[in-house]
Design a protein around this ligand. Structure first.
Ligand SMILES: [Zn+2]
Length: 351
């Protein structure tokens, strides 16, 4: 019998009254301002510090709930890929690392694919899970992005990829690097169908992910303060032998230099993306949001009506095509507009 825990502790407790242990996880600390955050309030503010507005990591499932209309979405399973083709082992076997992450996150790999609607528009999202081996991109993630792109094409949906990743997965060597060109081809397939491809850059987007699909979106949206870059700050400083600005590789810095189109706070993300999708697609598969929108001029009105009737008979393709005729909402403007924005921005930066 342990005297300290079994006799003395209960007696002290009976003297001081019924005192329950306070769980440690009720409060957390903001890494930026050191402010104390109550877990319920933090959850309500979607992991954004309510003292200094610092955006902390958001679990991938919560993020999908936040973005999709009404928090509703259908999960799409990741395609099966051969695990550990190189039989890699560092301090631990790669298979063991994979299993540990799978148990921890209850997911197959570092990517989650889901479909639903945002702003009434059909959307497929492929979101990285940083909790799974730092969101690193291996064969499974690459295959998942190809799957998401195909799903977007098949269902005439917009594709949104949300990277949160340290880059390529070292344990898969060359095979993980091969996912860079593969994912580029995947998102190009979506663009060829005149469907919008949007990247939502979250903290962090680095390495092989930022060097591939993450930087070729039609529109780049970033969360405030997110680190976005290829090589780390120290490596660059040592290479160019210059001191870099404090805000180097942040979302705001990239916005000033034309690499990012918008920096949007987390609570406004869903509505902003919804607006962008409605502008780019300018059609609603369920007829909901296009009804509410006004078009200028009667001619475009009739065009729109024609498009609608067509879309009823021959699917969404017709309405997507028709949308490209209407001013301000060309589906293929997805290709030109961001570059235009980027150009004006970089011109500004040059001055
Ligand atoms: Zn804070």
């Amino acid at each position: 019998m342990n005297w300290l825990s079994n006799v003395i502790r209960p007696r002290i407790r009976s003297l001081t009254g019924e005192q329950k242990d306070v769980p440690d996880n009720l409060w957390s600390k903001c890494p930026k301002c050191d402010g104390m955050l109550f877990h319920k309030e933090l959850k309500a503010s979607t992991n954004v510090c309510y003292h200094c507005h610092h955006h902390m990591a958001l679990p991938v499932h919560d993020r999908l709930e936040l973005l999709f209309d009404g928090g509703k979405f259908d999960k799409i399973d990741l395609p099966k890929v051969p695990h550990d083709p190189l039989k890699f082992k560092d301090q631990k076997k790669y298979v063991e690392r994979l299993k540990a992450s799978q148990t921890k996150t209850k997911e197959q790999d570092a990517l989650m694919i889901a479909k639903g609607t945002i702003g009434g528009q059909n959307t497929v999202i492929a979101a990285f899970n940083f909790a799974f081996m730092g969101g690193s991109m291996g064969t499974a993630v690459g295959e998942g992005i190809v799957r998401a792109a195909k799903e977007a094409i098949d269902t005439k949906s917009a594709l949104i990829i949300i990277p949160s990743s340290g880059g390529a997965r070292m344990q898969e060597g060359m095979l993980s690097l091969m996912q860079m060109p593969r994912t580029i081809i995947a998102v190009d397939m979506v663009k060829e169908q005149s469907l919008p491809y949007i990247v939502l850059l979250t903290n962090p987007t680095t390495g092989g992910v930022s060097a591939s699909f993450a930087m070729v979106g039609d529109i780049h949206i970033a969360e405030p303060g997110a680190t976005i870059g290829f090589a780390g700050r120290r490596v660059i400083e040592e290479t160019v032998r210059e001191t870099l600005p404090d805000d180097f590789q942040t979302a705001e810095y990239l916005l000033d230099h034309g690499m990012v189109d918008m920096v949007v706070a987390r609570d406004e993300l869903s509505s902003k993306i919804g607006t962008v999708l409605n502008l780019l697609m300018n059609t609603s598969t369920n007829g909901g949001s296009s009804k509410g929108k006004k078009t200028n001029g009667s001619s475009s009105d009739t065009k729109r009506k024609k498009g609608k009737t067509k879309s009823k008979t021959s699917g969404t393709k017709a309405s997507v095509k028709k949308a490209s005729d209407v001013k301000k909402a060309p589906a293929n403007a997805t290709k030109t507009e961001p570059t235009k924005i980027a150009k004006t921005k970089s011109a500004k930066a040059a001055q």
